[in-house]
Ligand binder design. Structure first.
Ligand code: ADP
Length: 225
């Protein structure tokens, strides 16, 4: 049987988090819980959260911690995530979100936190050419478009450039990543949960590195217990 996993993936915008999280959720057979996708869903359905979130998201600003953590708490208390685990993408983004997540997950905690490391010059290039499906969130790029006329290969949805993938909003999100999210690396290192993974190279190569890190951590834990 394939064991599940309770995983957080960190990384700058454009580090390949979304792509890797989808692959890891298939590998470990657990849900991919993406706060960005959940918030875009709220915006699309024009819910109360969505209406408040839209302007902040378009400007590349963060959504208030309590709003995000309420949404994440509800998702992580469902049967599937409680049972086999999850790949959490886009959360936590601040140390206060990390503290709230620790409370939500108590007493089980996380197996590991992966930091996908990619140089800023490369992520800027990837983000400028990034295109996404409005319906299922599949990622494409101008260099690797869908097979037919910007129609998603997976679900047939329209493939577009995200509203917040403008140069200005990208710059703001990268600044916020340095200010708010990078400190999480120290926070999780102190708790012995952090592992840095080289995020450059082919998507397959990166997935192999992440799975290798998770498996070797499990072997180490088994040997210690
Ligand atoms: P990116 O990593 O490229 O910023 P995401 O899809 O993860 O893309 O997030 C898009 C936007 O959603 C963010 O810029 C932010 O406005 C909002 N968001 C997503 N997750 C969070 C979070 N954990 N806390 C606050 N805001 C969030």
């Amino acid at each position: 049987m394939i064991p599940g996993v309770r995983l957080v993936v960190l990384g700058k915008q454009g580090a390949g988090k979304g792509t890797q999280c989808v692959r890891l959720s298939h590998h470990y057979v657990v849900p991919h819980v993406s706060t960005g996708d959940m918030l875009r869903g709220e915006v699309k359905s024009r819910s109360a959260i969505g209406v408040r979130a839209q302007t902040l998201m378009d400007q590349g600003e963060l959504i208030p911690d309590d709003m995000v953590m309420e949404m994440v708490g509800a998702r992580l208390s469902e049967r599937d995530t409680m049972g086999r685990g999850f790949v959490l993408d886009g959360c936590p983004r601040t140390t206060s979100q990390a503290e709230a997540l620790e409370k939500i997950l108590y007493p089980f905690g996380l197996d590991l936190v992966v930091d996908l490391q990619v140089p800023t010059a490369l992520v800027m290039k990837r983000l400028a050419s990034r295109r996404v499906c409005v319906d299922c969130g599949s990622n494409y790029s101008t260099a690797a478009p869908p097979m037919a006329n910007w129609t998603c290969d997976v679900c047939g949805g329209e493939v577009i450039q995200r509203e917040d993938d403008t140069e200005e909003a990208i710059g703001r999100r990268l600044d916020l990543y340095e200010a708010e999210t990078a400190p999480l690396i120290a926070w999780y290192t102190e708790r012995d949960l952090m592992v840095g993974i080289n995020g450059t190279g082919s998507p397959d190569a990166v997935t192999r590195r992440v799975v290798g890190a998770i498996d070797s951590r499990r072997r180490r834990e088994r040997a210690e217990s």
